[in-house]
Design a protein. Structure first.
Length: 277
């Protein structure tokens, strides 16, 4: 697996060298995903998959425990400011989850040019207590990408760390969400308060936020554009308010792809109560 594959060059070269293996790339950036897909098409590679998701949630939602052989993290954003450290890819909650998904003997292979980020990562790894850790300063003789060779020739110091899973991780409190089998539609008698909610943020409970954007009208029906944040997991989708006898039925639009979570169900019910208290 590669987290934050950028333009996809590293992932594609790995896949080319190992046609017998499967690779999964995780990226937040849609442009990066497009670039990777283009490279894969051009080279006819069929052993690479990718997903546009935050790495934490991709590991949480898509992978079984002890299923992964190696995780590559090349030059992740260091998030320099202390108040931004919680966004770092190697925060303890993330390393805990990565450790759970790795096979015993599997490895996280990190490269960075930021010494404080390296030290932060080693400290997080100690907290998770599942890894044998080693690191080195890369030398011009190490196998390097063309960018790395260029940075090194400019006098940059590059570090490589290896976190080898040797046992199960120590449990670290980490964000969790629960899937539910159905998000039942909510029926309301009156929609007159809806237009007032455009641009508003609703907070059904701690760690659950529903932001309402635009609202489109079509006859008596309404389409509501929303963003749901549940324990930091973001979903953007449409809610369809359809006229039915005696009121309106609110449901996730059939055109929106969502993960049906408990938070989504609660948010929909909360919206119903906001409309008809
Ligand atoms: C500094 S770039 C490095 C790109 C590439 N690995 C390289 O070495 O050139 C960091 C990349 O990580 C991605 N990224 C940052 N946070 C992420 C997250 N939480 N989940 C997935 N990808 C993430 C960014 O979109 C960006 O493409």
């Amino acid at each position: 697996m590669e987290i934050g594959f950028g333009n996809g060059e590293f992932l594609v070269s790995l896949a080319r060298r190992h046609p017998e293996r499967y690779f999964l790339g995780i990226e937040l950036s849609g442009i990066s995903v497009e670039k990777l897909l283009k490279r894969l098409r051009e080279e006819g590679l069929r052993n690479v998959f990718c997903v546009r998701l935050d790495a934490y949630w991709a590991f949480y939602l898509l992978l079984s425990d002890e299923a992964v052989e190696a995780i590559y993290l090349n030059y992740p954003d260091p998030w320099f400011k202390k108040r931004h450290h919680k966004r770092r890819l190697t925060r303890p909650e993330n390393l805990y989850l990565f450790a759970r998904k790795l096979k015993t003997g599997g490895e996280i292979l990190l490269r960075t040019d930021d010494r404080p980020f390296l030290e932060y990562t080693l400290e997080s790894a100690r907290e998770v207590a599942a890894f044998e850790v080693s690191w080195e300063v890369l030398s011009p003789e190490s196998p390097l990408t063309k960018y790395e060779a260029k940075w090194m020739s400019q006098g940059k110091t590059l570090y490589a760390a290896r976190l080898r899973r040797v046992c199960s991780p120590k449990e670290i409190p980490h964000p969790q969400i629960e899937e539910v089998s159905a998000v039942f539609p909510v029926t309301v008698k009156d929609l007159s308060r809806l237009s007032g909610l455009s641009g508003k943020t609703l907070r059904p409970r701690e760690d659950l936020v529903l932001k309402i954007f635009r609202i489109w009208e079509h006859g008596e029906d309404r389409l509501i554009e929303v963003l749901l944040s549940e324990a930091g997991y973001l979903q953007r989708f449409m809610i369809f308010a359809r006229r039915v006898p005696g009121g309106w039925r609110l449901d996730v639009s059939g055109f929106s792809e969502v993960l049906r979570t408990r938070g989504l169900k609660e948010a929909l019910e909360f919206l119903g109560r906001e409309l008809n208290p």
